[in-house]
Design a binder for this molecule. Structure first.
Ligand code: NAD
Length: 321
C-alpha cells in the first residue's frame, strides 16, 4: 500500500463513507472538518455507516449458498467472492471492526491533519467557491508528496487545478454512494495531471477495494453521471410538471425495465441536498416559474422539512417504518 495516510476533507454522506472504506482496508484516516458543529454531524454518520457496512458484511454469509450471491454481496467489504466461507467472513468482520475502531481520527486543525498525508480526498459540498477556498488554504500546508483528489460529481478538475499549487498531482477520484456495495471509482485527470500520479491513484482505488474505472479525458459527469443526471432530471421534470407522482414514476420504471429501483428511490440514496445543489447551479433555476426553478422549490420544501433522503430516515419514502 503505497498511499497509507489518507485525509478526507468533508464529513458528509460521501466523505464519511470514503473515510470508512479506507480505514476498513487498513489505511490511517484523518477526517479534516471545519468546526465543532461539523464534528457533531459527522460522528453519528461514522457510527451509522460503520454499522451498515458491518451488517451487510455479516449478511453476506446468507448469500454463500445463493446462486446469485455473487451478484449481491457487498463488493467493497469482500474483495474476492470466489472461495468465500462463513469463517472467512467472520475473520473479515473481526479485522474490519478493529480497523474501523483504530484507524480513524478527526482533526479541526488543517495543518495538523495534512502534515503527513499521502493523499487528500476532498469530498466537500458541490460548491465551487467552498472547494477553491479550501484548496487555497491547503496549498501551502501540504507536504511535497501529497496527492490531492476531488470527489466532485459535476465539476472538472481543470476548473480547480490552478488553485491547488500542485496541478500535476491533482485529479478526480469519483465514488458512488454506498461505496461498500457500489464500489466504482472513476479516475479522471485534467490535461496537466502527471501520468505516474494518475496510475498511483488507480492503484490506491484498488487498495481500498474499489474497481478503478479509467477515463481517458475530462468528461463532465464522468461515465456514471453522464447517464444518471439526465435520467434523474427527466424523472424530476415529470414530477414538477405534475405529470405524475414520484411513486408512480418509480413503479413505471421498475416494472418496465426490471430495474430494482426507480429514480426517486435513487434520489433518496443520493440525498436531496446534492440533487438540489446540481439544479441550483443552472442559471435557469433563477428564472421564476421555469422548470428548473420549480424543481428547486419542490426539493427545497422537502429539505426544509428535514426530508433529505435515507440519510435522515425520510425523503420521497419513509425509512423509519
Ligand atoms: N451524495 C452522493 O451521492 C455523491 C456521490 C458521488 C460524489 N459526490 C460528491 O461528493 C462531494 C460531497 O457530497 P456529499 O453528498 O457528501 O455532501 P454533503 O452535503 O453530505 O457533505 C458535504 C460536507 O462538506 C462540508 N463542507 C461544506 N463546505 C465546507 C467548507 N467550506 N469547508 C469545509 N467543509 C465544508 C460539510 O460540512 C459537509 O460535511 C460533492 O462534491 C459531491 O458532488 C456525492
Amino acid at each position: 500500500m503505497e498511499l497509507q495516510n489518507v485525509v478526507v476533507a468533508g464529513g458528509g454522506v460521501l466523505g464519511t463513507q470514503i473515510g470508512l472504506m479506507c480505514a476498513y482496508t487498513g489505511h490511517k484516516v484523518t477526517f479534516w472538518l471545519r468546526s465543532e458543529s461539523s464534528i457533531g454531524r459527522t460522528t453519528p454518520k461514522i457510527e451509522m455507516y460503520s454499522d451498515m457496512m458491518l451488517k451487510d458484511l455479516e449478511a453476506a454469509k446468507a448469500l454463500i449458498s445463493n446462486p446469485i450471491g455473487k451478484m449481491l454481496y457487498p463488493r467493497g467489504m469482500i474483495k474476492t467472492w470466489d472461495g468465500i466461507t462463513a469463517e472467512k467472513i467472520d475473520e473479515l468482520v473481526k479485522v474490519g471492526k478493529e480497523n474501523l475502531k483504530n484507524n480513524i481520527k478527526i482533526e479541526l486543525d488543517m495543518a495538523k491533519a495534512v502534515s503527513d498525508a499521502d493523499i487528500v480526498i476532498e469530498s466537500m459540498s458541490e460548491d465551487p467557491e467552498a472547494k477553491i477556498g479550501v484548496y487555497k488554504q491547503m496549498k501551502d500546508l501540504l507536504p511535497e508528496k501529497t496527492i490531492l483528489v476531488t470527489n466532485s460529481s459535476t465539476m472538472l478538475p481543470s476548473r480547480f487545478a490552478e488553485y491547488t499549487g500542485r496541478p500535476e498531482k491533482y485529479l478526480s477520484l469519483h465514488f458512488a454512494n454506498t461505496i461498500w456495495k457500489n464500489n466504482t471509482a472513476e479516475v479522471m485527470g485534467h490535461p496537466g495531471t502527471d501520468k505516474a500520479i494518475y496510475d498511483k491513484v488507480v492503484a490506491f482505488a484498488a487498495d481500498i477495494n474499489m474497481v478503478p474505472l479509467r477515463l481517458n479525458k475530462e468528461q463532465p459527469g464522468y461515465i456514471l453521471n453522464s447517464m444518471l443526471v439526465p435520467f434523474l432530471g427527466a424523472a424530476q421534470a415529470l414530477w414538477a410538471n405534475e405529470v405524475s407522482d414520484p411513486q408512480t414514476i418509480d413503479l413505471t420504471w421498475r416494472l418496465a425495465t426490471g430495474a430494482p429501483k426507480g429514480p426517486f428511490e435513487i434520489l433518496d440514496i443520493v440525498g436531496l441536498e446534492t440533487a438540489y445543489n446540481i439544479h441550483i447551479m443552472k442559471p435557469e433555476s433563477k428564472v421564476e416559474g421555469s422548470l428548473e426553478n420549480r424543481i428547486c422549490k419542490l426539493l427545497k420544501e422537502k429539505i426544509d422539512k428535514g426530508e433529505t433522503g435515507i440519510n435522515t430516515g425520510k425523503g420521497f419514502y419513509d425509512y423509519k417504518k
